[in-house]
Design a protein around this ligand. Structure first.
Ligand code: SF4
Ligand code: SF4
Length: 437
C-alpha cells in the first residue's frame, strides 16, 4: 500500500455526480477494486473505445489503484456480448491481481450495487457505500486518467442519435455542446433536442451554445424533438404529478422489475405513485422507501405498461424525505436478493426497442480530433462537494494543464485546470472562461 496525493489531478468520476477520485483513493482495507466497464446505457460506447485504444494507460491506472488501496483483486466488469474485446483483454491482463468479470447484457449492470453483488456476492448495507463491504468501484475513464497521471483537462464522449457520423471523441473540457456535435457531422440542431449522458439517466441540454462538455459528460445524443424519449424528458414535475394522479392502476409492474428491489432493497415505486394519487407529498410518508431509488429510470421508461412516471415520483418523494433528514442507514432490515431476480432483469435489446432507439443503435468508433478551440467555459462545480476557488484573475495567461482553481480548505471538492492555452477572459462565482489569444 502506498500514499500518494492524487488531489492535484482534478479527477472526478467521469459520469453520474462526479465524486472526487482522490477521496475514493484514500480508502483502506479494500479487498476488491471493481471497474465499471459495463456501459449499459444504450448508444454509448466510449468506455469500450478507451479500452480498445488506450488499454496501456487504463491498465496503468488500475495497477496504481490496486497498489494504493492494497486491494488483492481488480475485477473488470464487462458485458459478455463484447466477446472479442473481453477475450483480448483477458489475454493481455498485465497483473495477476486483475480479473475479467463477464456480465449479462442487462440494465443497469453498471449500477455499483449490481456490480458489487456480481463481483463478490455481497450487498451494500442500507445507506452504505461499497467500501463498507471492502469494495471500491471505479470507472474506465477515471482509471485511464490515473494511468496518464496528468491533470484532468479532456473528456471522452460518444456522439450518438441523429448525428451523421456517430463516433467517440476526446475534446477539451469546457467546449460547447454544439462544438462537440459538429465533430459528428451535426451542423444544424434545429428540430432536435440533445441529451447529455445516456437515454436512461441523462439530462436534456438547455442550450447547445452555452451548455458545455463537463467532467461528467459521457455522451451527447441528438434526437428529434418529437421523439417519445424527448417528450417524456421534457415533462415538468407538475406535469408528471398530474399524469401520476390520473392513471396508475397500481398493477405493481414497476416494483416487480425495479433492479434495486430485485437486489432486496425496500424500494416500491408503485407506492410513490399511490402517494401521488391520494395525498399531497408534504403530508405523507407513504413513499418513504423512495429514498432507495437509484433513479435508473427503468420503471418509467420500460416497466410501466401505461407509460407513467414512477421514477419521477420517487425522485420527488426521495428529495422530500432526505430533505427532512430521513437516513437510509436507519431504515430497518437487511437486503436479501429476490428469488426471481435472474428472470426479471431487462435486456438492453428489449430496452432499446421500448425506447424507440433501434434506428440509432450504431457503433461509435474513436475518432481523432485535431481541431483547436478558441474558448472554453470551466464551471467551478463539476463534482460533488463545494465549488472550486479560483486562483487566477481576468487577464492572466494560462497554459493547458495549469491549476486555475483549488479545493476550499477542509471541504470535499476537486481542483480545476485550464483545458486550453489562452488568457482568462472572466472569473465569476460560477465559472472561469479562457479564450485563445
Ligand atoms: S406506475 Fe405503472 S407499473 Fe407502476 S403500478 Fe402504476 S400502472 Fe403499474
Ligand atoms: S428509477 Fe424506478 S426502477 Fe430504477 S431504482 Fe428507482 S424505482 Fe427502481
Amino acid at each position: 500500500m502506498v500514499n500518494i496525493d492524487f488531489s492535484q489531478l482534478g479527477l472526478t468520476g467521469c459520469g453520474g455526480a462526479g465524486f472526487p477520485t482522490h477521496v475514493k483513493l484514500a480508502a483502506r482495507n479494500v479487498e476488491a477494486v471493481i471497474v465499471n466497464a459495463a456501459e449499459c446505457e444504450p448508444l454509448l460506447h466510449k468506455d469500450k473505445e478507451i479500452m480498445r485504444h488506450c488499454s496501456d494507460d487504463f491498465f496503468k491506472g488500475l495497477t496504481r489503484v490496486l497498489d494504493v488501496t492494497g486491494a488483492k483483486t481488480g475485477y473488470i466488469g464487462m458485458k459478455k456480448k463484447y466477446a472479442d474485446l473481453l477475450d483480448w483483454l483477458s489475454k493481455n491482463l498485465p497483473d495477476p491481481r486483475m480479473k475479467m468479470l463477464p456480465l449479462g447484457d442487462f440494465y443497469p449492470a453498471g449500477d455499483e450495487y449490481e456490480l458489487v453483488y456480481e463481483a463478490t456476492g455481497r450487498l451494500i448495507p442500507h445507506g452504505g457505500i461499497p467500501l463498507n463491504i471492502g469494495c471500491v468501484v471505479m470507472n474506465v475513464e477515471t482509471l485511464l486518467n490515473l494511468g496518464r497521471n496528468k491533470p484532468f483537462i479532456s473528456k471522452f464522449l460518444t456522439l450518438a442519435g441523429k448525428v451523421p457520423h456517430p463516433c467517440t471523441i476526446e475534446v477539451p473540457i469546457g467546449i460547447t455542446v454544439r462544438e462537440a456535435l459538429e465533430l459528428g457531422g451535426l451542423k444544424k440542431i434545429g428540430g432536435m433536442r440533445i441529451i447529455d449522458g445516456g437515454p436512461m439517466m441523462g439530462k436534456l441540454v438547455a442550450n447547445p451554445d452555452t451548455d458545455i462538455v463537463s467532467k461528467t459528460c459521457g455522451g451527447l445524443i441528438a434526437l428529434p424533438e418529437d421523439h417519445v424519449l424527448i417528450k417524456k424528458m421534457s415533462n415538468s414535475d407538475k406535469k408528471n404529478s398530474q399524469i401520476a394522479r390520473s392513471a396508475c392502476d397500481q398493477c405493481t409492474d414497476c416494483s416487480e422489475l425495479c433492479p434495486r428491489a430485485l437486489l432486496g432493497y425496500p424500494i416500491r415505486p408503485h407506492k410513490a405513485m399511490r402517494t401521488a394519487q391520494f395525498a399531497p407529498y408534504a403530508e405523507s410518508n407513504y413513499a418513504i422507501d423512495s429514498i432507495f431509488c437509484s433513479e435508473c429510470g427503468l420503471c418509467s421508461l420500460f416497466s410501466c405498461p401505461e407509460d407513467l412516471p414512477p421514477r419521477e415520483m420517487c425522485m420527488i418523494s426521495k428529495k422530500y424525505h432526505l430533505g427532512k433528514g430521513v437516513k437510509l442507514a436507519e431504515f430497518p432490515g437487511e437486503p436479501t436478493v429476490h428469488p426471481m431476480r435472474s428472470v426479471r432483469r431487462v435486456s438492453i435489446e428489449r430496452l432499446i426497442k421500448k425506447l424507440a432507439l433501434l434506428d440509432y443503435d450504431h457503433k461509435a468508433p474513436l475518432q481523432q480530433v485535431s481541431k483547436s478551440y478558441d474558448k472554453v467555459t470551466l464551471p467551478l462545480k463539476m463534482h460533488i462537494g463545494a465549488p472550486s476557488v479560483p486562483v487566477v484573475k481576468t487577464g492572466d495567461r494560462v497554459t493547458a494543464g495549469q491549476l486555475i482553481a483549488v479545493i476550499p480548505e477542509g471541504k470535499l471538492g476537486a481542483v480545476l485546470h485550464a483545458s486550453i492555452n489562452g488568457k482568462v477572459a472572466s472569473v465569476s462565482d460560477q465559472a472561469i472562461v479562457i479564450v485563445r489569444e
